[in-house]
Design a protein around this ligand. Structure first.
Ligand SMILES: CC(C)(COP(=O)(O)OP(=O)(O)OC[C@H]1O[C@@H](n2cnc3c(N)ncnc32)[C@H](O)[C@@H]1OP(=O)(O)O)[C@@H](O)C(=O)NCCC(=O)NCCS
Length: 359
């Protein structure tokens, strides 16, 4: 049976940086509190559409793999913060890239959307349905944020990244994964105001309210990711010392440390960039993957473990074998337009819009 090797990767971070000090300028919070509870120092805020970020990330991933958009058979777009629900994001990306008429689907499992998408695309390659796939993890959370709720607004950021999967006879790509969901815990993270449910609740369309039980999410995240890691390692018959690098979902440094400790893996074998970007939901794992490669932390044929969790409460862990190439074949000069406003100005504009009853 064919495998699905990861042959291209590319990221796109918005230019605007929102620091903890920026947040403390309008919110009752502090750099000390945010850093000590989460490890987050700053996050990026987009002054563009989700589709713009995804297009740049995808173009970079295609160049990295040395592929043309027309070579794609499938686009899987993982996100919770669609520019549009209908038509979907993947069809828009296909049109922007000139990749038609390949299959194009959106996938939403919140922060695990990229990894669930990796599983879906890998399965379609391994069963021979497609040969070349683009998998995107991208989020533009800032328009949906309640910027006056300090419990959540300090945690999240915007960003995008993508990978290319290609059929190969080499034992590469996702070797094993565990996917799961604690559906009975879905109310511990709910964003009111996205989707049609607000019509029944009498809320204003587009004005979000976050239902968020941080400590419960923390516990379920550590349990779910811990179980998923144990499951894939035992089924693969490999020990934790055989893992070269853990590339986890980046929501909170303390969660990452707890998962690593439970798995018996020292932090020097865990890639962390949550201090730079906060939680970019579906984008965190692929952005971390790109940055681990840029930093030389992934060697040819490395064995990677990628655990994640998200609203739902979904959880997963993927065991990935890297291929022989850790540098791009080509690079793309595609770039986001320069922002017209600072990250803080964008956020203050969202706050003013919420006061008027539209986000
Ligand atoms: C959210 C989280 C950082 C909170 O950390 P915590 O140690 O559990 O903090 P608590 O919830 O106990 O809050 C402690 C206090 O800090 C306050 N607080 C909350 N946010 C604050 C902020 N940004 N700045 C200052 N104080 C804050 C709370 O109001 C509370 O005050 P109180 O004791 O007077 O009521 C942590 O629970 C967490 O990371 N959970 C997981 C969330 C997550 O990853 N979500 C992503 C889902 S994909």
């Amino acid at each position: 049976m064919a495998y699905a090797g990861i042959t291209g990767w590319g990221k796109c971070l918005p230019h605007g940086v929102l620091t903890n000090a920026d947040l403390a300028s309008f919110l009752d919070t502090s750099d000390d509190w945010i850093v000590s509870r989460t490890g987050i120092g700053s996050r990026r805020i987009a002054d563009c559409l989700l589709a713009d970020m995804a297009e740049v990330a995808a173009a970079r991933a295609l160049a990295c793999a040395g592929l043309e958009a027309a070579d794609l058979d499938l686009i899987v777009f993982g996100t919770t913060t669609h520019d549009d629900q209908c038509p979907n994001m993947a069809s828009g990306l296909q049109a922007r890239l000139g990749a038609g008429p390949c299959a194009a689907l959106d996938l939403n499992t919140a922060c695990t959307s990229f990894l669930y998408g990796l599983s879906a695309a890998t399965a379609l390659i391994r069963t021979g349905v497609v040969r070349n796939a683009l998998v995107v993890g991208a989020e533009r959370i800032s328009p949906y944020m309640d910027w006056d709720d300090r419990n959540v607004s300090v945690l999240f950021g915007d960003g995008a990244a993508a990978v290319i999967l290609q059929a190969t006879e080499q034992e590469e790509g996702v070797l094993l994964e565990k996917l799961g969901c604690y559906g009975d815990a879905r109310e511990i993270l709910r964003i009111h105001g996205i989707g049609g449910a607000y019509v029944h609740s009498g809320r204003l369309a587009g004005v979000t309210e976050w239902q968020f039980e941080g400590q419960e999410i923390f516990k379920k995240a550590v349990t779910g990711m811990g179980l998923a890691c144990e499951d894939v390692l035992s089924r693969a018959g490999i020990q934790t010392q055989d893992i070269d690098l853990v590339v986890p979902h980046q929501a909170n440094l303390r969660i990452i440390e707890a998962v690593a400790k439970r798995a018996g893996i020292e932090m020097d074998r865990v890639f962390v960039n949550v201090h730079r970007y906060g939680n970019m939901s579906a984008a965190t794992v692929p952005v971390a993957l790109c940055e681990a490669l840029e930093a030389g932390r992934i060697k040819p044929h490395a064995t990677l473990l990628m655990p994640a969790f998200g609203g739902g409460l979904t959880f997963c862990a993927h065991l990935v074998r890297w291929g022989s190439r850790t540098t791009p074949i080509e690079t793309s000069d595609k770039e986001l337009a320069s922002p017209e406003r600072s990250a803080l100005d964008i956020v203050l504009d969202y706050r003013r819009a919420r006061e008027r009853g539209v986000s």
